[in-house]
Design a binder for this molecule. Structure first.
Ligand code: FAD
Length: 402
């Protein structure tokens, strides 16, 4: 017996409610919400309908003076950014492929980038949400929509739910103002011990960084010093600032003075448009690789340099949001089989397990066994999530929990 695969593309939220209600009572097909399809989604077999949300892209309300906006969830991030910029406002989350990714997809994956350190995640910006559960019932929570009910905080619950609990149809966001300027300082070090020491120093820095990223084993960015013969794979610490011009300039100078005793091999600062290509590198690191496997690990920030020692030894290129304990890594291109990937990840897995973290694969060839790793302490929250899923989606019609 073959499995059927169909597509439904609603033009309005009412069409979506009608379709999901009919599905729940009649065909009971599994529904896969799809935004820009930039993330690969793990599904299990059976009949499947893709619910493509890209036509649900209207602006419902933009009271700019309140610094909030209510939009449908299928709006592309680049379109949203353009609308916000027209009022000198922004959503300060760095999202790869913004012309393709949708707001609903970003919320469902709770994706966050380099600015997470200073600006937080989608959970901090979603103040109201409307969604349709697997039975076709529309519900709203938070913000401008309905009173905050006792019980589950549905706004927070749906952020990062990956389409397992409901289809997000409309969202109210709180916004931030555009800032006068932004700057990045790139400090190159020969060893991770130096990076570790600088990160500790920055805990008491007089500056207020928005970004604290380490780029490790970045092939094209690694600039070996041929004269001194120093490491061909230096560690690059990127510190980002945003604000008024005078404020940003003061932060750059202060940071450089604070870091000078740690003897960086190079220290360069990029202000305004001169920093654009670095911002893009930070935003798009997760998608720029020929590697077979890209992963994301989460661990205590205090263990990040230990993690980077392992990845450096294994030849894995990493972008670490060091202040948040999140690392995105590309396995080396020579790793081409599932067995080789397991072997490459195993040393990282031991560290991740031992410090209560987890590692999940963002991209791998389809059909490969799961390479995800989690500390034992995650078993409790997984059981809780599965109980919640049974309550909200008893017939298992939405994405499975993987
Ligand atoms: C596991 C994973 C893999 C990733 N891989 C990549 C990658 O290869 N390239 C890249 O550029 N970025 C990747 N990202 C980042 C991702 O692109 C961003 O999170 C992006 O914003 C997703 O937006 P999208 O519209 O493309 O979502 P999609 O890729 O369409 O969907 C992502 C997930 O969200 C669910 N979803 C989408 N819309 C809704 C909705 N309205 N309601 C409920 N659920 C919804 C989908 O079912 C799916 O589980 C990945 C993120 C994760 C968590």
């Amino acid at each position: 017996m073959t499995n059927s695969h169909s597509v439904f593309q609603p033009d309005t939220q009412d069409d979506l409610v009608k379709f999901v209600t009919e599905n729940a009572t009649n065909s009971r097909c599994r529904l896969l919400p799809v935004g820009g399809a930039t993330a690969c989604t793990k599904m299990i077999g059976g009949d499947l309908t893709e619910v493509r949300l890209e036509h649900l892209n209207r602006v419902i309300d933009f009271p700019a003076r309140d610094m909030t906006i209510t939009v449908e969830a299928g709006i592309r991030i680049a379109d949203l950014n353009r609308i916000l910029a027209s009022e000198n406002q922004r959503l300060p989350i760095d999202i790869p492929q913004p012309e393709q990714a949708t707001l609903g997809g970003v919320i469902a994956t709770n994706w966050s980038g380099a600015r997470r350190f200073g600006c937080g995640t989608m959970r901090d910006y979603v103040i109201g949400i409307s969604a349709i559960d697997a039975s076709g019932q529309r519900f709203s929570a938070g913000g401008r929509v309905v009173k905050n009910v006792a019980g589950y905080d549905l706004c927070k619950l749906l952020v990062g739910s990956r389409g397992t609990l409901a289809i997000i149809s409309q969202v109210t966001l709180k916004l931030r103002p555009m800032l006068e300027t932004s700057a990045l300082v790139a400090l190159t070090f020969d060893s991770l011990s130096q990076v570790d020491a600088v990160l500790n120093r920055l805990l008491t820095s007089a500056t207020r960084p928005m970004v604290l990223d380490v780029l490790s084993r970045m092939g094209t960015l690694a600039r070996p010093n041929e004269k001194t013969g120093k490491s061909a794979h230096p560690q690059i610490l990127i510190v980002g600032f945003e604000g008024a011009l005078w404020e940003t300039n003061w932060q750059i100078e202060t940071l450089l003075a604070e870091c000078q005793p740690f003897e960086p091999r190079a220290a360069e600062s990029f202000l305004g448009a001169a920093a654009d290509s670095w911002w893009e590198t930070l935003r798009d690191f997760s998608i720029h690789s020929n590697s077979y496997v890209t992963f994301q690990a989460s661990l205590p920030p205090s263990r990040m340099c230990d993690f980077l020692r392992l990845t450096t030894d294994a030849g894995i290129a990493v972008q670490a949001h060091a202040g948040n304990g999140i690392a995105i890594g590309h396995l080396p291109e020579r790793v081409v089989t599932a067995d080789q990937s397991v072997a490459a990840i195993e040393p990282l897995a031991d560290l991740v397990r031992s410090c209560g973290g987890h590692l999940s694969v963002l991209r791998a060839p389809s059909g490969w066994p799961s390479l995800d790793v989690a500390a034992d302490s995650w078993a409790g929250s997984l059981a809780w999530t599965q109980r919640l899923k049974r309550q909200l989606d008893p017939h298992d019609l939405l994405n499975p929990i993987c």
